[in-house]
Design a protein around this ligand. Structure first.
Ligand code: 6LW
Length: 506
């Protein structure tokens, strides 16, 4: 199987992957932060072609993403980390006809500053993962992120989790999975190998050993996978003498920041790992954190060996194809969007505008998007003139969060097209305006490559006018999310009609 692998297997905004095998099919889940629906679930029979089959958080009643705002934490070297709240690293496991996803909702507090956040741990489950129907969350408290589930031979369930705060160490506790009651005092099982940001724990039982896989070093340049093992679930865990198990740190590889991963077996019992990584070229990483897979050689009583070849290819070598999406699973909204304000038909989408701006931290702007899946492509849409004598700005945006987006929009009442680019983490603010011939519609287009975005607009019957270009480095940061391309409507309470919204056309 491995020679067919084209990495990344899930392109664009696909961090913190976790996989399980159910009846011969692989199912994979990623973090989704501030996007609703949350926790996208992908399916594959061969690890090569993947389909986005649904989202484990798909009903407004399951949980609130109101705290999924983003803060910017400046670093000493003048750069900054951009941290978005919401749905962090999930783990998917299948046990006795039920599939479980355990995850953390990170809720940023009113000041939206580092330290003013708390975590809610939750588990959702389904007996039929293909149906897309998931339970309401079963919640429990623990000040941490990246929970994982381990079912032992007697059907007892243990959670491994990274305790946040100053620590970032791995704790273990027994849980009643039906009620969310924590049955044992959480106990520290591993501080990690480098003792810096030990997170993303998963336990695997093999040859009488409990192997504990972790991510370390933080999710950026120093990211890595490390491992420890013990004869008992509760420890003590002895670190692997050749840690890290894998890192791209220090290499010149195209795929960098590799870490946070999950080991799994295929139908024949061969081992694999899914791992997070970023494609970085000329200092730009336009897709954010994505999901890669590679073979693992794991001999009896030994430590796993990660086959790095599939992760260490040159730019342009891999023909990674975007996941297949269907018309219902691909759409995303921001946080607690009121989805009654959107009417999605085949080629026409109506969005009710309101006053919430794209810069809003907790409320949800009227925005409907899809994850950017291709490194190069075109996004376009035609906005129909609402004819109401009310001020509305409507258009196309490449959006990462409330501090970072590039928006191309039309205001028919004022007869202008406006480009607004913002990245507060880089002190980048750009606004440009041009007059248009007011007609029944205006078309907007963004052509993107790894290096730049070219902006265009046109009135009906006219040719495309260039509205300049933006360097993609503007939206490359030390961040958690990835690019979403969407349409939005801001202003008076008016229905805005969009025709032929397309993303990633080539
Ligand atoms: C996640 C942590 C990480 O919780 O980044 O890459 C954090 N690893 O494990 C946010 O996705």
């Amino acid at each position: 199987m491995s020679h067919q692998i084209q990495n990344p297997i899930i392109t664009g905004f696909a961090p913190d992957p976790s996989v399980c095998l159910i009846d011969g099919m692989f199912y994979l889940v990623n973090s989704s932060f501030h996007l609703f629906p949350g926790l996208p679930v992908y399916m594959s029979k061969d690890l090569v072609s993947w389909t986005h089959i649904g989202n484990a958080i798909n009903s407004r009643s399951q949980l609130s993403l109101e705290g999924a705002s983003t803060f910017i934490a400046p670093w000493d070297d003048g750069t900054a980390m951009v941290a978005t709240g919401g749905l962090y690293a999930p783990t998917i496991r299948h046990h006795k006809n039920t599939t479980y996803i355990i995850c953390t909702n990170v809720i940023h507090g009113p000041t939206n500053k580092p330290g003013d956040e708390h975590s809610e741990q939750f588990i959702v489950h389904t007996k039929d993962i293909r149906s897309g129907n998931w339970s309401d969350p079963i919640c429990f408290s623990f000040p941490g992120i990246d929970p994982s589930l381990f079912f032992d031979d007697e059907d007892r369930v243990y959670v491994q989790i990274c305790k946040t705060g100053p620590e970032f160490h791995i704790y273990n506790m027994e849980l009643d999975i039906k009620t969310g009651k924590v049955l044992t005092e959480p106990s520290l099982i591993w501080k990690g190998w480098t003792r810096g940001y030990t997170e993303g724990p998963h336990i695997y039982k093999k040859d009488g050993w409990y192997y504990l896989l972790c991510a370390e070093g933080g999710t950026f340049r120093h990211h890595m996978l490390s491992m420890a093992r013990s004869k008992q679930l509760s420890g003590p865990y002895e670190p692997y003498e050749n840690n890290p198990l894998y890192t791209s740190h220090g290499s010149e590889n195209y795929v960098q920041n590799t870490g946070h991963g999950d080991l799994f077996q295929d139908q024949k019992g061969h081992w694999w790992v899914v791992i997070l990584g970023c494609r970085i070229w000329k200092g730009r990483s336009i897709m954010g954190r994505e999901t890669f897979v590679t073979r693992v050689d794991w001999k009896e009583n030994e430590w796993p060996v990660i086959d790095s070849a599939a992760l260490e290819y040159h730019r342009g070598f891999s023909n990674a194809t975007p996941v297949e999406v269907n018309s219902t699973t691909a759409w995303v909204y921001l946080r607690d969007a009121n989805i009654d304000r959107y009417d999605i038909q085949k080629s026409t989408i109506k969005i009710k505008a309101d006053s919430v701006e794209l810069t809003s931290q907790n409320e949800s702007a009227s925005f409907l998007g899809q994850r950017q899946r291709r490194l190069e492509g075109t996004a376009s849409v035609t906005v129909l003139n609402p004819q109401a004598q009310k001020s509305v700005r409507a258009g196309l945006a490449l959006y990462k969060d409330e501090h970072r987006f590039l928006a191309l929009m039309v205001n028919f009442l004022e007869g202008i097209v406006v480009f607004e680019g913002i990245n507060r983490a880089k002190n980048f603010f750009q606004t440009e305006t041009q007059n248009i011939t007011i007609g029944d519609s205006l078309s907007l287009r963004i052509d993107y490559t790894e290096l730049s975005l070219q902006l265009f607009f046109k009135s009906a019957e006219e040719a495309w006018h260039s509205f300049g270009a933006v360097d993609t480095s503007v939206l490359t940061d030390f961040d958690f999310t990835g690019p979403v391309i969407g349409i939005f409507a801001i202003g008076a309470d008016v229905d805005v009609e969009f025709v032929n919204f397309e993303v990633d056309t080539t």
